[in-house]
Design a protein. Sequence first.
Length: 150
Amino acid sequence: MINWAQINLSGHWGLRSSGKPLHRLQSASEQKKNRQAICGTGKFTPDPAVEQDSCDEFPFAGTYESGALNGVDHGNACAQVTSVRKNSTGDLPFDWQTVTPIGTVTGNEKCVRGHIPGPLNSYAGGAYGNFVQTARLADNDGFWLKVTSS
């Protein structure tokens, strides 16, 4: 989903070649507000076709580029995508490696909201949290994001 957003949406968030860096948002309370705006109660309906469906947003709620900090108050204003299962190996990143848009996408949306298997969503969020700690990012520190396959 992140790679799809970096390529297909005009913000190209964190994509070094054509976008601008993302910036860490340190405030846990602001991060929570960002998540609520995009994925909060009553704003997301799980898709039974996506295993353990969860709501995921990009740019991350933990960045100043979050849709919620850029005028979006409901995830339905984001580009909408859903995970597509390509394999059944039990390796979630390999099995669910692509997304497909839902409805019309203009490319000018300020965020993307996706139907992503819960464990895969947690894995990506955990990787971001580990990166923030390892790189010792302070509030508003900029960083680039490159999506790679494992």
